[in-house]
Design a protein around this ligand. Structure first.
Ligand code: ZN
Length: 478
């Protein structure tokens, strides 16, 4: 028997790692006590179309008080809705343009900043500003092309810090942090494909200047299923935390819908994604009449200059970077570490100085960690002390044969422990290595090369190049 057909689309919200979108406040969250508190009450009002939104009504019925907490240095009058918004932040716009280009979208040259009605109190103004930046893009997946319907830039909402009876406390630090909103067309036909799309979009986002970590990305999935005349209503699932959970969440919802359809009980609604892949009812599906123009701001002109500036340093995806590194001869695990730890620009710079890609990769990734372990410092400290310039000096000394490869870790440790770079690179040398080794062999004849090597290293540790010592031993024994 034919199974139900899935029709699904994704909507992904990602915080950008830039300043706030419509004021000059920095975009970061805080843990300390707020500097001030204001109280507001929100009322559901009819939009310009004259209709009160269904979802707006649902919220207004609850008659809530809203408390807003703010800080002097990352919330201003714009967040409090006491001052009109400033022009859109160009840094945020640039990142949004880069994301749009990587999603193969067409940039919209003249675009209207809009207000989207928000009625849960999470925005002091009662609306969220949003602007359509690009449209008509696509992503390739193993199950075919998925169209990218739109890329929008919007402001994040204030965050809830406390929710009591009839009262909600919001913190304003998050309000105005730029979010990029990516919406795919409902082209996705399986839960596996939904996961693939989420992971691909995730890769693109991480290549750009976006925030990392829990709470900085949110994935919403919409879904309807159909078999012949049996059709389920449209369901929106909000807030799937991990792209890997999308497949399971969708599979569960499809099963739930099948049962509801059989009972004639499927109805459109918004559901909340839970950590175990199940969902719970959140609210009715909001109506469509929720947007109207932001009259405080002029039409946004995304000119050639802005687009070229975004193209000029368009980030590379980690999969592309990997291919490039492999071409340069970097081996397996080091490729992964360099891309994962975001050390590509350092790597490139250093390989230009010293054409030993695997050594450079090893210094930047594995050895930095080993040195941190051996010196009891953290990786950041090691990276600060053994900066790119320092690594460059080390590589230069290696090229000039002043030091040997086997000494590099030791040198890094000495620098981390406070020695200055010049002193650390000025290795004390045994004047006549061959003569010294000849003496050792004469004192204890009949040993094997490794045993002599042990004796040499014991006597001259840090003063001889291991490789050279071994060659000399072999030469003298040979
Ligand atoms: Zn501000």
């Amino acid at each position: 028997m034919e199974d139900f057909k899935i029709k699904s689309g994704l909507e992904i919200h990602q915080q950008l790692d830039t300043g706030k979108l419509f004021c000059n406040c920095p975009g970061y969250l805080r843990k300390d006590e707020p500097d001030y508190e204001v109280e507001r009450q929100l009322h559901a009002v009819a939009g310009e179309g004259g209709k009160v939104d269904v979802a707006a009504e649902h919220e207004a019925q609850k008659k809530k008080r809203f408390i807003y907490q703010g800080y002097y240095d990352n919330c201003c009058l714009v967040e409090l809705d006491e001052e009109p918004p400033y022009d859109i932040d160009e840094g945020s716009l640039k990142v949004a343009l880069q994301i749009s280009l990587l999603l193969n979208c067409e940039i919209i040259p003249y675009t209207q900043i809009m207000r989207k009605t928000v009625i849960d109190g999470s925005n002091t103004s009662g609306f969220q500003r949003t602007v359509l930046i690009a449209e008509n893009g696509y992503l390739e997946t193993s199950e075919g092309k998925v169209k990218i319907e739109s890329v929008c830039l919007e402001e994040d909402a204030a965050r809830i810090v406390d929710k009591g009876k009839g009262k909600t406390v919001y913190r304003l630090d998050r309000l105005g942090i730029p979010l990029v909103e990516i919406a795919t067309a409902p082209d996705i036909t399986s839960s596996k494909q939904a996961k693939e799309v989420a992971l691909k979009i995730g890769e693109i986002l991480r290549a750009c200047k976006v925030k990392r970590g829990l709470g900085t990305i949110r994935q919403d999935v919409n879904l309807s299923i159909k078999k012949g005349d049996d059709q389920g209503e449209r369901i929106e699932i909000k807030g799937v935390q991990d792209p890997k959970l999308i497949e399971k969440t969708l599979d569960n919802e499809v099963e739930r819908q099948k049962k509801l359809i059989a009972q004639g009980k499927s109805k459109e609604e918004v559901r909340n994604a839970l950590e175990d892949g199940s969902t719970e009812f959140l609210r009715p599906l909001p109506g469509a009449a929720r947007m109207y123009p932001e009259t405080d701001l002029p039409l946004l002109h995304i000119n050639r200059g802005l687009i070229n500036n975004a193209k000029k340093d368009l980030p590379k995806l980690s999969s592309e970077k990997k291919v490039e590194l492999e071409k340069q001869g970097v081996k397996g695990e080091l490729v992964k570490l360099l891309t994962k730890e975001d050390k590509l620009s350092e790597f490139k710079e250093l390989v230009n100085v010293c054409n030993k890609p695997n050594l450079v990769a090893k210094i930047l990734t594995v050895w930095v960690k080993d040195v941190a372990d051996n010196t009891g410092k953290n990786v950041k400290d090691v990276e600060n002390k053994v900066s790119i310039d320092v690594v460059e000096s080390i590589l230069q000394a290696l090229d000039d044969e002043k030091i040997s490869k086997s000494e590099i870790q030791q040198i890094m440790e000495e620098i981390v422990n406070g020695k200055n770079v010049e002193d650390a690179l000025d290795r004390e040398r045994v004047d006549n290595l061959e003569e010294e080794i000849r003496k050792i062999i004469k004192e204890k004849p009949g040993l094997n090369p490794n045993a002599y090597m042990g004796l040499v290293m014991k006597k001259f540790k840090g003063k001889v190049d291991g490789k050279k010592a071994m060659e000399t031993i072999n030469k003298l024994l040979g």
